[in-house]
Design a binder for this molecule. Structure first.
Ligand code: MLC
Ligand code: AMP
Length: 502
């Protein structure tokens, strides 16, 4: 098994060295950039622009508030809100102060939030969703709670930006391979490496303007869009949610040069009569889920947009990307990014990766950490759980997943989580959930149910309403199949891949 490294990149980026800006922390690299040209616009949201100087000043004030309420370096802070400048400030202020940010999906229901809070035990929470303050108070009364427009008093602060490369900066909850969502710990260096590699690969420059309508609580919007903008010192138009019409309008209103999206977004954009407007931007990137070759072709041929597909993970930020200048090969995700080493295990086809972007391990999960890392004295490889194949020119095709995971519209859904809720429905005797192909969403959640009684089978609507109490809306089953039995192996384990044949 020969590792493939960034060797494919020199012809595309003109150099092979991958040197992180010293002192190898995201925070210091961003602050260094933003401290120059203070009047340059940085972020725009529906309230207007903020420039570099104002942004840095507000993060400093907020760090002062963190000090006032007694937070200290290494404390966890849960952050969840719509994509606004306030959210970007809260995120950066926390990182500058040395807190560990725990970003959370705002669609979560109480039980999902409770799991994160009990596991990460945050000392503070900045949240903008109705009910959440009440929920958090009922889970743990000791947590300081505010909206992302923080209302804590501020005060003077001397210790700022004093972080080390290996200091944890984020704990991001992800389905992982088994069990309940686990918190992936990413260090300052991991985050810097993740943003720096795409900056080089995509020729991301100060004059770029990113159109960003991805949520800022996942790696795509946050680790690439937000951190990349701060690192490069370019600018970004933050849209709160994805509306096709607003995307098309922003391209002209703000002269945006880049767009990052998930395949579901491109699927919707492709149907808009003015989709060609997208071709005015120099770079449109797709990731988080496979981009169907037919959609890639349609966008190229009918709208003149040659989407660049790349592959990443919460645990590793970005891993592999099609080239900016060379051929963007549809059905593949390209070459390992600068700094990333990759190998495909011969027997299993699993993709293993290594590099400064690869996370430190899961929070409170010693056993799982031993399973997902393959270590020797000289090497440290992470098992991605994805299966792949290198084509004759070294482009990586993702051929499947070893892990049980459904990806719908770029959101990950762990089937066991849905099973565990549905088994408590009074009309359900046995249940198993698996992904079904969908043109719009990539995959949809299907639920195979053996009812308690064939006379009283539950409807899809009933099932959805039941799940809605415990699960975020994107995890709700979209299809229901009533069956007499579930396919199982000799040990009684459900064979999820065989469900789809029913
Ligand atoms: C929303 N819904 C979804 C859904 N998103 N259902 C299934 N899958 C999804 N992804 C629900 C809504 O809650 C609603 O439910 C119903 O579907 C219709 O909603 P909608 O208005 O059509 O959806 P919309 O709000 O437009 O959201 C679609 C979307 C969004 C594609 C814009 O899902 C999205 O922003 N996805 C991006 C996720 C992301 O950032 N992933 C990156 C992970 S990081 P109801 O029942 O209330 O009507 C990662 C690493 C990497 O993967 O490589 O990047
Ligand atoms: P997450 O845990 O949300 O970070 O999702 C990461 C997973 O998304 C990866 O392990 C892959 O399975 C999948 N993924 C990301 N980008 C792509 C892509 N371009 N093609 C196929 N799968 C992808």
């Amino acid at each position: 098994m020969t590792p493939v490294s960034a060797s494919a990149w020199p012809e595309h980026i003109g150099k092979n060295d991958f040197v992180l800006p010293v002192p190898e922390t995201l925070v210091n690299a961003c602050v260094a950039t933003l401290s120059h040209d203070s009047s340059r616009p940085l972020f725009h949201d529906k309230h207007g622009w903020i420039n570099r100087k104002e942004f840095l000043q507000r993060t400093l004030e907020l760090a002062g508030s963190f000090k006032q309420i007694g937070l200290k370096k290494g404390d966890r802070i849960l952050i969840s809100g719509p994509s606004t400048i306030d959210l970007a400030i809260a995120h950066m202020a926390a990182l500058r102060f040395g807190l560990i940010v725990v970003p959370v999906n705002g669609l979560y229901q109480k039980a999902e939030l409770e799991h994160v809070i009990k596991d990460a035990s945050p000392q503070a929470a900045l949240i903008d969703h109705p009910n959440w303050k009440e929920w958090i108070d009922s889970i743990d009364q000791g947590i300081y709670v505010s909206s992302t427009k923080v209302n804590f008093p501020t005060g003077p602060i001397t210790k700022i930006d004093q972080v080390e490369p290996n200091d944890p900066a984020l704990i991001v909850y992800t389905s992982g391979t088994t069990g309940k969502p686990k918190g992936a710990i990413l260090s300052q260096r991991n985050l810097l490496a993740g943003a720096h590699s795409v900056r080089l690969a995509w020729q991301w420059e100060e004059d770029d303007r990113l159109l960003l309508c991805l949520p800022l609580f996942h790696m795509h919007g946050m680790g690439v869009g937000l951190h990349g903008t701060l690192l490069v010192g370019s600018s970004a138009i933050l849209q709160d949610g994805f509306q096709v019409e607003e995307v098309i309008q922003a391209i002209n209103n703000h002269q945006t040069s880049m767009f990052f999206g998930v395949p579901t977004m491109y699927h919707r954009l492709a149907k808009h009569p003015q989709v060609q407007e997208m071709a005015k931007m120099r770079l449109c990137v797709s990731g988080s889920a496979p981009l169907a070759p037919s959609l890639h072709r349609k966008l190229t041929q009918e709208a003149g947009i040659e989407v660049l597909e790349r592959y990443g993970m919460t645990e590793t930020v970005m891993l592999v990307s099609n080239p900016y200048l060379g051929e963007r090969r549809s059905g593949t995700v390209g070459f390992p990014l600068p700094g990333v080493k990759m190998k495909v295990e011969e027997q299993s086809g699993e993709i293993l990766v290594s590099g400064p972007n690869v996370f430190q391990g899961y929070w409170n999960q010693l056993d799982t950490n031993q399973e997902v890392f393959v270590d020797s004295p000289t090497e440290h490889w992470f098992r991605t759980g994805d299966l792949g194949n290198l084509d004759e020119d070294g482009y990586l095709e993702i051929t499947g997943r070893k892990k049980e995971l459904i990806i719908s519209g770029g959101y990950n859904i762990y089937p066991r989580e849905v099973d565990d809720v549905l088994i408590n429905h009074p009309a359900v005797e046995q249940v198993a959930v698996a992904g079904l192909p969908s043109e719009e969403w990539g995959e949809e959640v299907g639920a195979w149910i053996v009812p308690v009684s064939q006379e009283k089978t539950p409807s899809l609507e009933e099932i959805r309403e039941f799940c809605r109490q415990y699960l975020a809306a994107y995890k709700l089953p979209q299809r229901l199949v009533i069956v007499n039995d579930l396919p199982r192996n000799a040990l009684g384990k459900v064979l999820r891949h065989e469900l789809r044949e029913n």
